[in-house]
Write a protein that binds this ligand. Structure first.
Ligand code: FAD
Length: 381
């Protein structure tokens, strides 16, 4: 919105945004198509991103981050949306980093975080399994203690960065007789183990350049000091406590997508002619865009409220769930309506609206499906 500025933005965020935008335009945009064909981006681009500060901007400086607030992280997701770059799985890197910041031992923080900030480590969080997704407590992947090691056996599916990751946070059952209390988060470095393998990047309907993989564990031996926080049975609580932040990351992308959908569609309809006038001159076009712009702005104001609450340490699970559910549902709805305004061109990948349409759909599914969000909101009624 022209006369509105997000209240959490400072001049430092503006300077950072300028650098992020320039980096994405020069280093990422030229490779979008190649990454989509390969199903992943190469590690060297993670290193480049780390060099200019795109990774872990809100991780404390003593662990290699820039010590900023969540707003810096948000700027990166907004700029990736603006440029239609979906290959870079930095959101997952940020999520894993914050598990370590919040729950890791000092030794774990020193060992993993600085290399995550440089891009040397690419991380995944492996929760979902072929047999269970929404019902996280039902995971079956086992970590059996054997002396100073765990032996991990099981499989995971739909794991973002799974193809590239060289540090994976595996959600395991250390006590299969318990549900939540039996879950632990065990970190694994694929280069240091045997018995680990990964499938090819899965072929998706959108976000084609972002790698999404199956992972297989067959008696993978990991030192016991790799369990997050050094204590077994805390995994479910560690995951749950960080969920508001993860859901907000998804909502940030959703609102940025909505704003850009309205921007690119307005530009398009103002130059496309039909029946001797521009598409913009039809009342239906103006009304559609007026509604979309209104909804994008409602999303923005609510999102800004949530970002401020998060920065103040006050964002609760219900508000985060509302933001994730509502913003992603509207994102998908706006992409669909604005694609229609493009006619046949909207179905062609040369036009940004086609990317917004294809890339956005999964936002209603991952990070806790929107039905699960409504379950959580429902519990507060
Ligand atoms: C591109 C992509 C990236 C992903 N990245 C990751 C990742 O990095 N790490 C990871 O661990 N996972 C990841 N996932 C997995 C994702 O989080 C799951 O797909 C999601 O949680 C849903 O689980 P499911 O697919 O098993 O669906 P299911 O749990 O089988 O659900 C199917 C349907 O039933 C509904 N449903 C389930 N339970 C209920 C209920 N109690 N009430 C009402 N409706 C319900 C769901 O909402 C959904 O509509 C990714 C998925 C995709 C597609």
């Amino acid at each position: 919105m022209e006369n509105y500025r997000s209240p959490w933005l400072t001049p430092d965020h503006d300077i950072y945004r300028e650098a992020v935008r320039k980096f994405i335009e020069t280093e990422f945009v030229p490779h979008r198509e190649r990454w989509a064909e390969r199903g992943h981006m190469e590690h060297e681009y993670w290193l480049k991103a780390g060099e200019v500060g795109l990774l872990c901007p809100d991780v404390p400086e003593e662990y290699g981050g820039a010590g900023g607030d969540f707003g810096f992280d948000a700027v990166v997701y907004e700029e990736l949306q603006r440029a239609c770059v979906s290959a870079f799985g930095s959101g997952i890197q940020s999520i894993v980093a914050h598990y370590i910041v919040r729950y890791g031992t000092e030794e774990q923080k020193q060992r993993w975080l600085p290399k995550m900030a440089t891009g040397e480590f690419i991380t995944s969080i492996a929760m979902t399994e072929p047999g269970t997704g929404s019902d996280l407590q039902a995971v079956k992947t086992r970590a059996v203690r054997d002396g100073d090691e765990y032996s991990i056996t099981g499989s995971k599916i739909f794991i973002t960065n799974g193809y590239n990751a060289n540090l994976i946070c595996v959600v395991c059952k250390t006590d299969p007789s318990a549900r939540a209390k039996g879950i632990s988060l065990v970190f694994m470095e694929p280069d240091k183990v045997t018995g680990f393998s990964r499938g090819k990047p899965l072929k998706k309907i959108g976000m084609k350049g972002q790698d999404t993989c199956e992972l297989f564990f067959d008696n993978v031996r990991v030192p016991v000091e790799n369990v997050l926080g050094g204590v077994e049975g805390q995994g479910f609580y560690q995951l749950m406590n960080q969920l508001p932040r993860e859901r907000l990351i998804i909502a940030v992308s959703a609102v940025a997508a909505m704003e850009n959908i309205v921007r690119v569609t307005t530009d398009y309809v103002k130059q496309r002619q039909a029946f001797g006038q521009t598409l913009f001159d039809f009342q239906n076009t103006k009304f559609t865009l007026a509604e979309c712009k209104t909804e994008a702005f409602i999303g923005r104001v609510f999102l800004d409220h949530c970002i401020q609450a998060l920065n103040a340490g006050e964002l609760d699970s219900v508000r985060a769930s509302m933001a994730k559910y509502w913003c992603t549902e509207k994102q998908v709805e706006l992409a669909n309506r604005c694609l229609q305004l493009h006619g046949g061109y909207g179905y062609i990948m040369d036009y940004p609206i086609a990317h917004f349409f294809a890339d956005g759909r999964v936002q209603m599914i991952y990070g806790g499906s929107n039905e699960i969000m409504k379950e959580l909101i429902g519990r507060s009624l």
